[in-house]
Design a protein around this ligand. Structure first.
Ligand SMILES: C/C=C/C(=O)SCCNC(=O)CCNC(=O)[C@H](O)C(C)(C)COP(=O)(O)OP(=O)(O)OC[C@H]1O[C@@H](n2cnc3c(N)ncnc32)[C@H](O)[C@@H]1OP(=O)(O)O
Length: 260
């Protein structure tokens, strides 16, 4: 089956239940501090909208289990459009489908779209070696030109962050098993792209004078690996565009975060 055969496929529906414990664990895993009581204390809890992405992880996993992606495939990009706040606990009924599959020649880029009342989320999965199936190349977008006035926001990741974040739903072995990390050429287990992206929304919200739970729209392209413990810098402009840097290398490009 070629990558192009996945275009438009229905991935079905799933209802996932969650508790306030899941919401708090998620907030801690993406870097919320103990004093941010409305992210970590059930009596005041507000839900980070990116928590919905952990609930939607089943959809790209369904494709992976069906053998759609090769072992070198990585999470390439993420979009999240928030429609309504998530409840502190409850269940979410989601429907998923494959959108476009772009043919980049040496790679395929799959888009996986998950919809529910609370959000629409679109995964981009970059699959080396699966291009060349005669499909459309798709859009080619250069990284954002940030505006003239930029802020440099420190983002410290911690050594056990990938191990903690995986308990929120992403149990891929490259985030915990040194042998699996070595197979993709990494010196040790890597941080989940969605963990880095969600972590960036905390300093971005602070910079905008917003609450992180008031995120309405998020975009990012995973351009380079992050290792747990890395010191990162979020470079953000006044329009919500941002990049995440790891030293001189870009970890997330094409970033945009909008808060209400
Ligand atoms: C299961 C869970 C896994 C994870 O969570 S892994 C952690 C998060 N992910 C990562 O850390 C990935 C880090 N990024 C990378 O390693 C690389 O970055 C990529 C392998 C994704 C791509 O690098 P390269 O092979 O050098 O691609 P190119 O030559 O820059 O671009 C080839 C074409 O592909 C498009 N493209 C590149 N990156 C992405 C992307 N991330 N999402 C969608 N499209 C992408 C470009 O635009 C271009 O296409 P055009 O020539 O038509 O312009």
């Amino acid at each position: 089956m070629s990558a192009g055969d996945w275009i438009g496929r229905d991935l079905g529906e799933r209802t996932i239940a969650y508790s306030d414990r899941d919401v708090i664990l998620y907030a801690l895993a993406v870097g919320a501090a103990a004093h941010q009581l409305d992210l970590v204390f059930e009596d005041r809890l507000r839900v980070l909208p990116t928590f919905g992405l952990t609930l939607a992880q089943w959809a790209p996993d369904v494709m992976a289990e069906a053998g759609a992606f090769g072992p070198q495939s990585v999470h390439g990009s993420q979009n999240l459009q928030v429609h309504a706040p998530l409840e502190r606990s409850g269940e979410l009924r989601m429907r998923a489908r494959v959108g476009d599959v772009w043919d980049k020649g040496s790679a395929a880029v799959y888009t996986v779209i998950i919809e529910c009342d609370a959000f629409t989320a679109t995964w981009g999965i970059f699959a080396p070696g699966q291009g060349g199936f005669g499909g459309d190349r798709g859009p080619s977008s250069a990284p954002h030109e940030l505006g003239a006035e930029v802020a440099e926001l420190p983002l410290q990741t911690v050594e056990n962050q990938a191990a903690l974040y995986r308990l929120t739903g992403d149990r891929h072995h490259i985030h915990i098993d040194p042998d699996a990390a070595a197979q993709i050429g990494q010196p040790r287990p890597i941080l989940q792209g969605l963990c880095t992206l969600a972590a960036a929304t905390l300093p971005l919200a602070a910079h905008r004078g917003a609450h992180p739970a008031d995120l309405t729209s998020l975009d990012g392209r995973f351009s380079g690996m992050v290792l747990p413990g890395d010191m990162l810098t979020v470079v953000a402009d006044q329009e919500g565009r941002f990049s995440v840097l790891r030293g001189t290398e870009t970890a997330i490009s094409h970033g945009r975060a909008v808060f209400s």
